[in-house]
Write a protein of this length. Structure first.
Length: 537
């Protein structure tokens, strides 16, 4: 039985060797390389799959508590990792339950407090204990959710939950929340993000408003609530920022319009913008008649007073005759009195226009802008040499002699362009222009050390590649020559044997040659090709 196994093994090795020898050297190298890569990939995959997974188990508040946790874990043989500050502990996932039970039995809170930890309790657990556990659970949940934001590195939550004593006042009280953040550097965080956190916390706590929520960071800045009233300094800050933004806008417009002329290479702009930050409210009353048929308003109230009186002489009615009179009576006169008074109130159409002027407007008539423009004139060393201007002087002396700044005449159209682009009157626009000379030296060809090193490396790499190619071709040629020599020797030996054969035995020689051709067709074909190449070469 053992012999059969050994024979089978030998045959298997021989077949494998035979199969392996069929490949050329390049193919063997490729197969070995692929095999090594596959083995490395399998090794990496196995290492990743078999790597131990650790779960955070405890976040200690002091080194004393951390030392107690370390002693407990070491005593039970639990595998763990500890952070660089020595306060955070992680255990192998398979030993998580054992570690939690161990720490819990020693009154050490574990990380990742869940709702099960809140509700589960022994007979000695009171309602107050459950409230405390619930508070810890909510705080931990809020911290985890806030830390999930991109800009937040760490978060700490402190809640003040009112005691529920069964009264209506206690039920209507909202929970107070304080959020302390550590923000990541380089990640944007603004008041809107803080307001979003406050709204989320209020919803999670069941608060109707965000009045009792405060958010601060480790720099001492209060992100929420946002103060609505600004101090005088803050107002001045806002005004200055608005003025700077307006000046920056005008500067960009001036640069853009002047660069568009292609007249200058460098433009510097300074703007002094006058802004009106006063608050104005204008009320305008317009009156008109109701329609075209009336020249006055509608009658709203009218008072008319009229009075008339008449006085004179008359006799007694009847037939009684007058007695004789002894004095004269004037019977030709009487008294009349008349009075008239009128008061009227009319209602014309009235239009009331109330306008509130915007603050922070630009007063263009009081604003000004100054522009300094530079045009470059390029002088090349090779051009100067060709013109013969360096006869008797050096290039450095020529640059010193011609390095003068020339003031240019400013076209009025440029001033008008600046005025139209900014809205500032031309009398408040100042523009000066200069021409400066830019000298360009002749480029001297210089080879640095790093260039030499790079060239040397390229030459070495190309030499190695050429060496590999030549060696591979030489090896191939030697193999072919060895095959040709072997075939020629074999045929020569058979020819020598055939030479000694007598004429009457030619039939046997023919048989020997035919058998050789049948057994070695490739060798015969190679020999024939070589003979033909030699004959025709």
């Amino acid at each position: 039985m053992v012999d059969k196994v050994l024979d089978f093994g030998k045959k298997l090795l021989e077949r494998i060797k035979e199969w392996w020898n069929k490949f050329q050297p390049k193919q063997k190298t490729l197969i070995i390389g692929i095999g090594v890569v596959i083995l490395l990939a399998i090794a990496i995959l196995v290492a990743v799959l078999t790597k131990k997974q650790y779960i955070e188990i405890a976040n200690c508040e002091s080194t004393k508590e951390a030392a107690a946790v370390r002693d407990l874990l070491d005593g039970q043989g639990i595998t763990y990792n500890v952070s660089s500050d020595g306060l955070n502990f992680e255990v192998v996932k398979e030993q998580e339950s054992d570690a939690r039970l161990l720490l819990g039995s020693n009154n050490i809170p574990t990380a990742g407090y869940t709702i099960d930890d809140v509700l589960n309790g022994s007979f000695s657990t009171t309602e107050a204990d459950k409230q405390k556990r619930y508070k810890l659970f909510i705080e931990g949940q809020i911290e985890e959710d806030v830390k999930s934001m991109k800009a937040v590195q760490t978060a700490s939550c402190q809640l003040t939950i009112p005691n529920d004593n069964g009264t209506l006042i206690a039920q209507n009280r909202e929970t107070y929340a304080g959020i302390f953040l550590t923000l990541k550097e380089g990640v944007p965080f603004d008041e809107e993000n803080a307001a979003a956190i406050a709204r989320y916390v209020a919803t999670a706590l069941g608060n109707d408003t965000t009045d009792n929520i405060t958010i601060t960071d480790d720099d001492g800045r209060i992100w929420f609530p946002i103060e609505q009233s600004y101090s005088t300094i803050e107002k001045a800050d806002n005004m200055m920022m608005l003025k700077q933004e307006a000046e920056s806008l005008i500067k960009n417009e001036v640069r853009q319009v002047l660069f568009g002329t292609n007249e200058f290479n460098q433009i510097e702009v300074a703007a002094n913008i006058s802004m009106d930050f006063s608050q104005k409210e204008i009320t305008q009353h317009n009156y008109s008649t109701p329609d075209d048929q009336h020249d006055q308003g509608l009658l709203a109230h009218e008072e008319v007073y009229q009075s008339s009186a008449t006085d004179g002489l008359s006799g007694v009615p009847g037939t009684d005759s007058n007695s004789e009179t002894d004095y004269m009576i004037n019977e030709s006169g009487g008294t009349n009195s008349s009075s008239y008074e009128r008061k009227s109130d009319y209602l014309p159409n009235e239009e009331i226009i109330k306008t509130t002027a915007a603050t922070g407007t630009i007063v263009y008539n009081d604003s000004s802008v100054s522009v300094a423009a530079v045009r470059y004139r390029v002088i090349r060393e090779e051009d100067v040499r060709l013109q013969g201007l360096l006869d008797g002087i050096s290039w450095e002396e020529y640059k010193l002699a011609n390095n003068e700044r020339v003031k240019l005449a400013v076209d009025e159209d440029l001033v008008s362009m600046v005025a139209n682009a900014t809205g500032i009157p031309t009398r408040n626009v100042s523009l000066v222009a200069y021409e400066e000379v830019q000298f360009i030296d002749t480029i001297q060809s210089s080879v640095e050390l790093k260039d030499i090193v790079q060239i040397a490396l390229i030459v070495i790499i190309l030499t190695l590649l050429a060496f590999v190619v030549i060696m591979s071709l030489r090896t191939k040629k030697e193999v072919e020559e060895e095959e040709e020599l072997a075939v020629e020797d074999l045929l020569q030996s058979n020819v020598d044997e055939l030479a000694g054969i007598e004429t009457e035995q030619k039939s046997e020689a023919r048989k020997l040659i035919e058998s050789f051709v049948e057994e070695n067709p490739e060798a015969v074909a190679t020999l024939l090709r070589n003979w033909l190449d030699e004959d025709w070469g």
